[in-house]
Design a protein around this ligand. Structure first.
Ligand SMILES: [Zn+2]
Ligand SMILES: [Zn+2]
Length: 395
């Protein structure tokens, strides 16, 4: 990393403390909107370093602000604090002490990287403008980002640009990957109930079998991606839940399917939705069963602003050797609620490689996953450098 000697010395001297903090957060994970211990700890640290902290935005979310100099420029950096309902099986010394709750997405690491940067920035006090550090709750499915926004996040803490970073296992440790435009998919959930008429398995002609209808719905859904979507577009329709029946010789009354639907181009989200609804209704009708469809739109497509991404890329190139920066990287069809913030404020969401193989390659949301602590100084140095550039006293 290209850092001044003074900053390098400070980073090295504090690395162990932040590794301990990250492991402490890992041992004490909290689910979305329940991050009381975590947000309390984060808030106290930031206050002790001189930040103005407002707690309780979006439940357990908080914003820490520091204003220096006279520049009108305002920057937002965001980290998320929640864990997942997973039983940890890593066997690590710092494994979760809370059964059934685990930091399996590395949000413990993201929170720590931003704190590490925050202390360094507060010590140097060399920027000009307003820095807003956003610690959000409930990224995992509960849209904590949206809740903070509904409670006036950007009206109370306006930002000219916002940035966030997520680790990605399978990429070389410490590499930064960025792209502008659509980078992560929308994530919608469709719950389909097929209501038929149950009966004796030996007398199918007297019933309306929802299992046959469900099987055909699943097959018909495969044609949305293959026949309705431009082959150059990325769309996923996956059936994750299929429930019907209990006994071999009974035709059940109803069947249920639950789908995840993802697109990378916001302009075709509506078409995909309509196609799924039409197919399910037509299939149900042809098998004589009723279809009830609940189509719930989840996180939007995450779109990185072109200018903000170019800026974030330049910061990466200033900090790291060329082979440690991948631009443009490939998008992913995972989804992320920072997308709500990017609908309101231009910015960039980037990835940091968590490592490969035994060293950080285990996928997020897996019970064996762990955040790679070697990324703490890399992520922190990146944020510090980004603040230097965005809130530079010369700009
Ligand atoms: Zn996750
Ligand atoms: Zn995550």
């Amino acid at each position: 990393m290209k850092l001044t000697q003074d900053r390098m010395d400070w980073m090295r001297a504090h690395e162990e403390a932040f590794r301990s903090l990250r492991r402490d957060l890992h041992e004490n994970p909290e689910l979305g909107f329940q991050e009381l211990r975590t947000s309390g700890l984060v808030a106290r640290q930031l206050e002790s370093w001189g930040y103005q902290v407002e707690r309780g935005i979006g439940g357990t979310g908080l914003v820490a602000q520091m204003r220096l100099g006279s520049s009108p420029r305002r920057l937002g950096l965001r980290a998320e604090m929640d864990a997942l309902p997973i039983v940890e099986l890593s066997g690590l010394a710092h494994a979760s002490r809370k059964s059934g709750v685990m930091h399996a997405c590395g949000h413990d690491g993201h929170t720590t990287m931003l704190l590490y940067a925050a202390q360094c920035i507060a010590r140097e006090k060399s920027f000009d403008g307003t820095l807003n550090l956003i610690f959000q709750p409930a990224e995992e499915g509960l849209a904590g980002a949206r809740r903070m926004m509904e409670e006036g996040l950007f009206e109370r803490y306006p930002c000219d640009a916002i940035f966030a970073m997520h680790n990605l296992p399978g990429l070389a440790q410490g590499q930064l990957h960025l792209r502008s435009g659509p980078c992560m998919a929308s994530g919608d959930t469709v719950t389909i109930k097929l209501q038929g008429r149950g009966g004796h398995g030996a007398m199918p002609h007297l019933s309306a079998d929802p299992t046959v209808a469900a099987a055909n719905v699943i097959l018909a859904l495969q044609t949305v991606v293959s026949r309705n979507v431009d082959p150059l577009q990325a769309v996923v329709v996956s059936v994750g839940v299929m429930k019907a029946g209990h006994v071999r010789n009974v035709i059940p009354d109803s069947a249920e399917l639950v789908l995840t639907v993802r697109v990378l181009d916001p302009s075709i989200r509506g078409m995909v939705e309509q196609r799924i609804i039409d197919l399910v209704r037509a299939q149900a009708q042809s098998y004589g069963v009723q279809a009830e469809i609940d189509y719930a739109r989840g996180y939007p497509v995450l779109v990185n602003d072109e200018q903000a991404t170019q800026f974030a890329h330049q910061v990466a190139c200033d900090l790291l050797p060329a082979d440690q920066v991948v631009f443009p990287c490939v998008p992913t069809l995972a989804s992320e609620d920072f997308a709500f913030m990017l609908e309101k404020v231009p910015g960039c969401y980037l990835f940091i490689g968590n490592g490969t193989g035994e060293q950080g390659g285990c996928s997020v949301h897996n019970p064996h996953y762990d955040f790679n602590d070697r990324n703490l100084p890399v992520g922190a140095a990146y944020w510090v450098r980004l603040v230097d550039s965005f809130l530079s006293p010369q700009s």
